[in-house]
Design a protein around this ligand. Structure first.
Ligand code: PLP
Length: 394
């Protein structure tokens, strides 16, 4: 194992910024009051939460009373689907989503199917963009919700959120978007895009883990996912995680302040990385769109090698990347996202995701490409020999 770590798995999680940690510290050791307590000392915790709500709302063009703190993206996604299903069931029991959503959405949808809701899973094209015509054709009288992610966590494809918002609005259907990979990386305006619900998670934008939020348009009828006390306007019970809420707001503020320069740096490095890999490593394909993708995302299939073998060899060199999403990387099944864009099982099992940040340097990229070239050539040679050997034995 190498001493040096080269981290190219920012879609799995990001480094918490020191400025964020600094901001959080006093809410552990000095201003530690319970925000629901009535005395003045606890009021400081309450103020911190309300300031954070204001900061986050301003990054989305939302109102502060439309931001609800949760434990992260998974909870926000579960809440969005389940609450709409429950609160609007007298209007209908049909929900539309896409085939390439994160499991937080897909497994929530599956659970709703068990409760007698009908779910339509819309196809995507070869780049992972949802087929809008299919989406329109699947809308029914009893459709209550469309849930389509803003950008995909594996291949980085950005969805036509404005168009989906328009379609939903014209049919009076609620529109939820899982913006966990997108929020704080590219700009978003919930009013302009007609988004009614939006999920986000702090650890994907240099904030702490275990904290996120759900934006809920104030006109929606909502019901809680978690029952208990009356925190978060009675919609999300449980003592708020004050330090993490403060940290998330700080991370969001910094990300928005520095967004343009970060996008430029990441895109420049991404283009350099993609160009070199496609030119210098034969039998390689880029999964997802060439440009319509998150600034730091790359996903390649390296034919004739297994991603599991490559992951292990890259790990020995201290290089952190992933195959599929972090949550399902232990799974033997081919990625549902890669399958949905048309890859066969073999190619899907030869795929790696590299997600760089603004901290990734050109030297790191050159080093990783050098190692990739070496281990892919070696593995292909070994695998060919094993193939010949097995054929000879048959
Ligand atoms: N949605 C997407 C698109 C994600 O990429 C992730 C995490 O990888 C989640 C939801 C879950 O977020 P969290 O890790 O905060 O639960």
């Amino acid at each position: 194992m190498s001493d040096k770590v080269i981290y190219m798995d920012n879609a799995a999680t990001t480094r918490t910024r020191p400025e964020v940690v600094d901001e959080m510290l006093k809410y552990f050791t000095i201003l530690y009051g319970n925000p629901s307590s009535v005395y003045e000392f606890a009021g400081k915790s309450r103020d911190a939460i309300e300031n954070a709500r204001q900061t986050i709302a301003s990054t989305l063009n939302a109102k502060p009373n439309e931001i609800y703190f949760t434990s992260g993206g998974t909870e926000s996604d579960n809440w969005a689907l389940r609450a709409v299903a429950k609160a609007y069931k007298s209007k209908g029991r049909h929900i539309i989503t896409s085939k390439i959503e994160h499991h937080a959405i897909l497994n929530s949808a599956k659970n709703l199917e068990d409760l007698d809701y009908k779910i339509s899973y819309i196809d995507v094209d070869e780049y992972g963009v949802i087929k809008l015509q299919r989406l329109k054709e699947n809308i029914r009288e009893d459709t209550i919700l469309i849930s389509v992610m803003t950008a995909n966590n594996e291949i980085g494809t950005i969805q036509p959120v404005d168009e989906i918002g328009q379609i939903a609005k014209s049919k009076d259907i609620i529109f939820h978007t899982d913006a966990v990979q997108y929020y704080c990386h590219l700009p978003i305006d919930v009013r302009k895009s007609n988004i009614d619900l939006l999920s986000a998670s702090a650890h994907k934008f240099n904030g702490p883990k275990g904290i996120g939020f759900l934006y809920i348009n104030e006109r929606l009828k909502m019901v809680p996912l978690i029952f208990g006390g009356s925190q978060e306007s009675g919609l999300r019970a449980g003592t708020q995680n004050v330090p993490s809420i403060v940290g998330m707001a700080k991370a969001a503020e910094l990300a928005h302040k520095e967004m343009n320069s970060r996008i430029r740096t990441e895109m420049m490095n991404r283009e350099y990385f993609i160009g070199r890999v496609l030119r210098e490593i034969p039998y390689t394909r880029l999964n997802g769109a060439r440009r319509n993708r998150l600034p730091g995302n790359m996903n390649f299939s390296f034919q004739f090698v297994q991603s599991a073998e490559l992951l292990a060899m890259l790990d020995m060199e201290g290089i952190c990347v992933s195959s599929g999403s972090a949550c399902s990387s232990g799974s033997k099944e081919a990625s549902h996202v890669l399958t949905a864009i048309g890859l066969d099982d073999e190619l899907a099992h030869s795929s790696l995701r590299f997600t760089i940040s603004e901290e990734t340097t050109k030297d790191e990229i050159d080093y990783v490409i050098g190692i990739l070239k070496k281990i892919i050539a070696q593995k292909r040679k070994d695998n060919r020999l094993i193939g010949y050997y097995n054929k000879a034995r048959r």
